[in-house]
Structures are given as structure tokens and as C-alpha cells.
Design a protein around this ligand. Sequence first.
Ligand SMILES: *Cc1c(COP(=O)(O)O)cnc(C)c1O
Length: 397
Amino acid sequence: MSGSALFNTFARAPLSFDHGEGSWLVTPGGQRFLDFAGGIAVNSLGHGHPHLVAALTEQAAKLWHVSNLYEVPGQSRLAERLAEASFADKAFFTNSGAEAIECAIKTARRYHFAKGHPERYRIITIEGAFHGRTLATIAAGGQPKYIEGFGPKVEGFDQIAYADLDKIEEMVTPETAAIMMEPVQGEGGIRPVPAATMRKLREICDSHSMLLVLDEIQCGIGRTGKLFAHEWSGIKPDIMAIAKGIGGGFPMGACLATEEAAAGMVPGTHGTTFGGNPLAMAVGNAVLDVVLEEGFLDEVQRKALLLKQGLASVLDEYSAVFEEVRGEGLMLGLKCRVPNTAVNAALRDQNLLTAPAGDNVVRLLPPLNVSDDDIRVAIDAIRAAATGLAEDAAGAA
Ligand SMILES: *Cc1c(COP(=O)(O)O)cnc(C)c1O
């Protein structure tokens, strides 16, 4: 046996942590790292947030799990609050993002089935998309590196090149059920879809009686400075998957839908053992308590501007290392001119944690409640890392 008893599926950094404090992670030896990876956009309120800790520990002392054979009051409450704050009327709770997308795909297909159109099951997705790692969600994401070697690709997904988005209507056939997309591609490299394109996609869905399915697993729950990223374009989806940030670190997700779009999901069509369990619901409700507080999202936008301005000044100085800053709110990407993995490692050497993404981008996903001081610490760390990387680049040239 080589190395550890774990599957070799992850390229892990040689680093582990003992505990977290707000935006910081602390190793067993007491070394402190500023966490701008945020468990990949999961730790929306940082580590050890007192309100979340209290919600989880109070619930842990009362009741962990009952299954969906019974009513779970925390589920009804969270569903009502999400509906109140969004386009949705209905919610189905899951344990992960991929499961929320699976539910979204099934809901879209069942919608047409229930309307007497079982032939309408195909879904158009977008190049660079990431929708999860189950068999259906890798087919939806369409990335060959995730699909290869896992048997026949799940049928029913048609992918359009990112550059051809304006020609998406040509891909619609009588079998098309929906368009599914991330308003801001996360794994694909922090690529926000322009508001005008979002509005166009909505129009196309309306004119062909198709559903618009959004994947806001990474960009939702305040990440872009609005509760949901699609709000920036003024449109509304029919179905939306969320996960990551809504649990603040506790595994959970949800598929949200309008009453009409969810009409086909009648008793017996879908289920889950763990989804919507009392622990997850307690934490999800606690995250919403904070994110929906008056002024919280305005603060996210203000902090995002501070971070973006700092990054812009580093970019001006180090154009040999960085090409551009992109993204919305506290979901920012540094497009690199040197390998993003080298940048990620150099930042780690400066005790700043970030997350690589596609298109040679390094992602910055700080907690939504990051302090101004910690933003300044991050910018200084990025500048220090860039100095070293620029010297290396000059040496290599
Ligand atoms: C992370 C992510 C997923 C998958 O979520 P898991 O919880 O890993 O299953 C799907 N879509 C997007 C946009 C994501 O960022």
C-alpha cells in the first residue's frame, strides 16, 4: 500500500488545522493562516461564528435525526424563509450541491413529463460549467477530465461553448427541457455571465416553454453581495440549486423552485434519508439570521470594493504575474500569467489560503463577514507573493 489509507483522489496541501477563529485557521503547532479559500465558498461566516455554534450545539443536545417520515419544523421554517427571500415557492433539502442539482434536473424533467411531454428531457449546459461529481452532474458539467473512464455518459445534456452563448437558441430542439447554468462560474474560473446574457436566456426559455435552472451553489447566499447572484440581472429562474454557503460549513443544500416548476414532484417521486435533518436546518436558519440582517449585504458589497481596489493596485504593479481581477462581490478571481498552482503555493507561503480554479485563475472566497483589517492583510500577502513570483518570472525569461 502506498501512502495513506485514503483514496488518492485529492491533491492535498501538506497542512492541517486544529481550530478556526473568524477568518483565520490555526494549525496544531499554532501557525495562523488567513482563510480566503473558505472551504471553497462554504464557510460563509468564517470559523466558529458564535451564532452558528450556539444553533448547532443547542440542536445537538435536543435531536439529531428523525428522517423525512415525520415533519421537521426547521425544514418548514427554512423553506418559508428562503421562499420569502427569493423567486421560489418550494424547497427540497439535500446534503450536498450535487444532490441539489440532481433534484433540479429531476424537477425540470418531471415538469415536462407531467405536462404530457416526456420527450422533453434534454438540458443545455455551458462549457466550463461545474455541477458536481455524480454520474448525472458530471455529464451536465461536460468536462471530459471528470467523465472519462466512468462508463456511458448520462444521456440528455447538450453543451454550448462559452463563446457561442449568443447562439444558444440554435441548440434548442423539441426535446429541450431547460437551460442550466451558473450565473458566475466558480470552478470554471470565476466567470460572471453578463446581465444582458442572463436576460436573453430568460427570454429564450420563456419563448420555448423551457425552464431556466440556475446553479447558485457557489455564488448564492450573499457571496456576490446580493442574496442570489441572478438578482444582479433582474431575472428570476424557475428552479435553483444552492448548497455551500447556506450551511456555513455544515453539509447541506437545497433545490428551490416555483410552485409551477415543482408541480411534477408529487409524493414518491424523490427522497432522501439525511436531507433536511434537524442539525442542518438549525445551522441553515442561523446562517440566514445573519445574512438577512439589515445592511449585511451592503457591507459585503463595501468590503468587496475594498478588496477589488487593493487587488487592482497589486495588478498595476505586477502585470507580469497577474492579468486581471474578475468576479462579483466576495467571489473574486485573479487570472494569472504564471501557473495558478504556483501562485496558490506562493500565497500559502505568505499564510494566505486561496483556491485554484479553471482558466488559470486563483479564487478569493473570504468569509462574507471578513474584517477590513483582514482584507488589508490579504492584499499585503498577495503583494509579497507577487514580488517573489515576478522575480522568478524575470529569472526564467
Ligand atoms: C461545489 C459545486 C457543486 C457541487 O457541490 P458538492 O457539494 O461538492 O456536491 C455544484 N455546482 C457548483 C457551482 C459548485 O460550486
